[in-house]
Design a protein around this ligand. Structure first.
Ligand code: NAD
Ligand code: USQ
Length: 407
């Protein structure tokens, strides 16, 4: 297959591009390198020393990888460029990772909120519109988030995208339907994924585009089989307060002797997936496209759920580290249960990498190995969800406790 990997310079996109190339597909990477620009804005760097895109691609060819090309393009800003790219490369499939993906970054300021909405919905809508304009028969695989569901506690396992409902019709009969699971995003970033969902539903219905939306949990780990083949292929490992995700942050914090930063009580339960399983899931999704005219295919791309404080205790135990409960900068439920259906990937052959298998390896081979590159000042999460949570706001105005009870 000819596959365009949009956002292919990022944490998920780069190992996915390598994996697909290794399987024998022709891969072209599209990226505007905004993520590297955000590193500069934040004064933060990947713990691992990532090579330039050019060096990455040269390194891949030198280890015998199938050559990949790189196109620098802003999907949200350069619609004519996107149309021209699609006409020139005529991909069979497009994997869309190209969005601003940090919840804390999206909440930092009005400017960051607006950038995240404009960038993410602009990129997704431009892509959908361009696919219709070019008339190409492309399978679009998008990386969405488990956060569209809102980690709810409705007493049932969260289904894969669609909820069975029974409606009382006006004539007294009962009508059965399936609707998109009600969304409940917890940040502006997560909200952009909700908007994406609506755009996908519309374009699948109106233009019969073939779309798969992968509702992915928090990705942990660093290496895949391919990124290990040469130092220039190494993947990014974010640990800073905006882009570092919880488990990778705990692993890094353990390695540098920083107390593990549990927000609030740590009762938040979230869905997780290892990076090796992420690349396999993308492969499986590409191999199982929807038919023309089908509704959007939605898979829950996660393998395990964990409570934040349990993760912290586990990492602290195996690394002899300490856990610290810190004030939660987010507006989120302090405790939640999370049960998720993920049978589609398991039925299609995914064999999950479980937490127990990878943790120690990550601490030894990645976090400790690159610990001297860590800037400890970048660890605290300073982006707050509401004005009341900002430092210096008097406690009487801090309606956070009340807000959390209603979250
Ligand atoms: P990332 O920030 O490392 O990579 C995203 C890439 O997209 C970057 O290289 C960036 O430069 C590029 N990009 C952003 N906007 C663009 C635009 N307008 N035009 C062209 N390129 C653009 O993020 P990631 O962790 O690799 O996440 C990839 C996707 O997976 C995101 O959509 C994210 O929402 C989703 N996801 C990530 C996780 C996770 O834990 N990392 C979990 C669930 C879902
Ligand atoms: N948390 C801590 N301590 C920390 C960092 C985070 O307790 O040091 C807590 C947060 O308060 C939150 C939970 O850990 O309750 C998860 O935070 P996170 O930063 O690991 O994940 P999140 O902001 O949800 O976003 C990440 C990715 C995003 C993806 C999402 C999948 O950045 O792109 O969509 O995971 S999901 O969580 O399933 O929605």
């Amino acid at each position: 297959m000819k596959i365009a990997v949009l956002g292919g310079d990022g944490f998920c996109g780069w190992p996915a591009a390598l994996h697909l190339s290794d399987l024998g597909h022709d891969v072209v990477i599209v990226d505007n390198l905004s993520r590297r620009g955000i590193d500069e804005e934040l004064g933060a760097e990947s713990l691992t020393p990532i090579a330039s895109v050019e060096d990455r691609l040269a390194g891949w060819e030198e280890v015998g990888g199938r050559p990949m090309t790189f196109v620098r393009l802003d999907l949200a800003q350069d619609y004519p460029g996107l149309v021209a790219f699609l006409r020139e490369h005529t991909p069979d499939a497009v994997v869309h990772f190209a969005e601003q993906r940090s919840a804390p970054y999206s909440m930092k300021s009005p400017g960051h909120k607006r950038y995240t909405v404009e960038n993410n919905t602009g990129a997704t809508h431009n892509l959908l519109c361009a696919l219709v304009e070019t008339g190409l028969d492309v399978h679009l695989v998008h990386l969405g988030t488990m956060g569209v569901y809102g980690y709810g506690t409705a007493g049932m396992a969260i289904p894969e995208g669609y909820l069975d409902v029974e409606i009382a019709a006006d004539d007294g009969s009962r009508v059965e339907q399936q609707i998109l699971y009600p969304s409940n995003p917890g940040s502006i970033y997560h909200m952009t994924k909700v908007l994406d969902q609506q755009l996908f539903a519309y374009y699948a219905k109106n233009d019969a585009l073939r779309i798969t939306d992968l509702h992915q949990g928090i990705v942990w780990g660093t290496h895949t089989d391919q990124t290990l083949r040469d130092e220039r292929l190494i993947n990014r490992f974010d640990y800073d307060g905006d882009y570092g995700t919880v488990l990778n942050r705990f692993l890094m914090q353990a390695a540098v002797g920083y107390p593990l930063t549990v927000h609030g009580t740590g009762g938040q339960t979230r869905a997780f997936i290892h990076i090796r399983d992420m690349v396999r899931c993308v492969q499986i999704a590409l191999e199982n496209p929807p038919a023309t005219g089908d509704r959007v295919k939605i898979f829950n791309q996660m393998t395990q759920t964990h409570r934040v404080r349990d993760l912290a205790e586990l990492v602290a135990r195996i690394s002899d580290g300490e856990v610290e409960l810190v004030p939660n900068p987010r507006h989120e439920a302090p405790e939640n249960e999370l049960h998720v259906h993920n049978e589609t990937f398991l039925d299609l052959g995914l064999e999950p990498t479980l937490l127990e298998e990878g943790l120690l390896m990550e601490i030894e081979d990645v976090a400790r190995r690159y610990a001297d590159r860590a800037d400890l000042e970048k660890i605290p999460c300073t982006s707050t969800w509401t004005r009341q949570q900002q430092p210096g706001v008097p406690a009487s105005r801090a309606a956070v406790g009340a807000a959390e009870r209603t979250a």
